[in-house]
Design a protein around this ligand. Structure first.
Ligand code: BGC
Length: 352
């Protein structure tokens, strides 16, 4: 893999930001900026070998700075929602921004998606990799602990985009990192994603209330419109009237991955019939949030000048369960001094 660095503009008129182009030997290319760690583009071949960009995003930094629904970004400190933006850790109560109605979403007002990361090209096991580092200060966005975070992007020759996350803290903290890429395997800007067939390796999902906060239950998918244990088109049941789908305006749910231990396992497989593109998601995380772009409304115009409308992209955010800091029976997201948070996700591309 080779990496080429180019200027991408400035944040706050002073902090230079770069765009890194990662290329493998099989015609895959990823462009990633150290602003928000955003995957700006991801080009992979279709079944005829024709390359296409399968993630939503913009051509310029200015468009990202104007605000967007987390296109391609690293999400932290806590991906997904924390009820009322409040939690208690070791008897100390913390209050975070309520930036999603009364709840906290994706790290707050200025989460990891909006900060400038320090970038370094490092040697990984598959050639060069892009390492992004960020020190989130104690109290930033209301969270406790100086949190030192490192995210490494690797594009390997077998057409995998791998993301390795690590973090350490000097005080008890909570952490839940993910990436918020919106995919459209037919190519960004080619309409809705309802025809994509998806399989999720999950026999249970996490039902939510009207604020999209988990009720606490882990509910079997069997017999519901959330059963993706066998491949089904995203659009087949999305408007079935299922109460959970009405609350999410579509799929916006965390699925509990079937696993026996914390090793890397297949979380999802998605197939786009017109181009033959297949994307598999592997992770060591307990859950994956399937979000079907239900809040995309055509107000953001993408890289080819085409507006991103309702359900024009889907996300598969590998993560811990939402609101874990307030749900003692969910796997813990607490990180203590001396421990290292680590998580791995890879997006593997092929054709059928
Ligand atoms: C959430 C959605 C939210 C979206 C914001 C997703 O991860 O699950 O509820 O609207 O991010 O872009």
């Amino acid at each position: 893999m080779t990496i080429v660095k180019q200027d991408f503009g400035c944040v706050d008129g002073e902090k230079p930001v770069h765009l890194y182009t990662l290329k493998n030997s099989n015609g895959c290319e990823a462009r990633i900026t150290n602003y928000g760690g955003i995957v700006v583009s991801l080009t992979v071949p279709d079944r005829t070998g024709k390359p296409g960009d399968v993630v939503l995003g913009f051509n310029t930094l200015e468009e990202y700075l104007k605000g967007h629904p987390y296109f391609g970004a690293i999400i932290g400190r806590y991906g997904n929602r924390i009820a009322q933006g409040k939690f208690t850790l070791d008897g100390v109560a913390y209050t975070l921004a309520a930036n999603n109605n009364e709840n906290h979403l994706h790290g707050g007002l200025k989460g990891f998606d909006k900060v400038v990361w320090q970038a370094e090209i490092v040697e990984g096991q598959d050639g060069d990799a892009l390492a992004l580092s960020y020190l989130s200060k104690d109290g930033e966005e209301g969270y406790p602990g100086n949190l030192s975070v490192k995210v490494v992007y690797t594009l390997s020759d077998d057409n995998q985009l791998r993301i390795d996350y690590a973090a350490t803290t000097d005080k008890p903290a909570v952490v839940n990192l993910t990436n918020h890429a919106y995919f459209n395997l037919a190519g960004e800007g080619s309409g809705d994603i309802l025809g994509h067939e998806i399989m999720l390796n999950a026999n249970r999902f996490i039902p939510v209330n009207a604020g999209l906060i988990p009720t606490g239950e882990l509910r079997p998918v069997k017999g519901t419109s959330l059963d993706f244990t066998k491949p089904v088109a995203i659009g087949a049941r999305i408007d079935s009237g299922d109460e959970q789908l009405r609350l999410g305006r579509g799929y916006d749910h965390c699925f509990v991955l079937n696993r026996e231990d914390s090793s890397v396992t297949l979380a999802a497989r998605v197939y786009e019939p017109t181009t033959g593109r297949v994307m598999e998601v592997y992770t060591d995380q307990p859950g994956v949030q399937l979000y079907t772009g239900n809040f995309l409304d055509g107000s953001k115009v993408g890289k080819r000048g085409i507006a991103y409308g309702y359900r024009n992209g889907f996300c598969l955010e590998t993560q811990h369960f939402p609101d874990s800091p307030n749900k003692a029976h969910f796997p813990t997201t607490v990180l203590r001094p001396g421990q290292t948070y680590s998580s791995h996700t890879s997006y593997r591309f092929s054709v059928r």
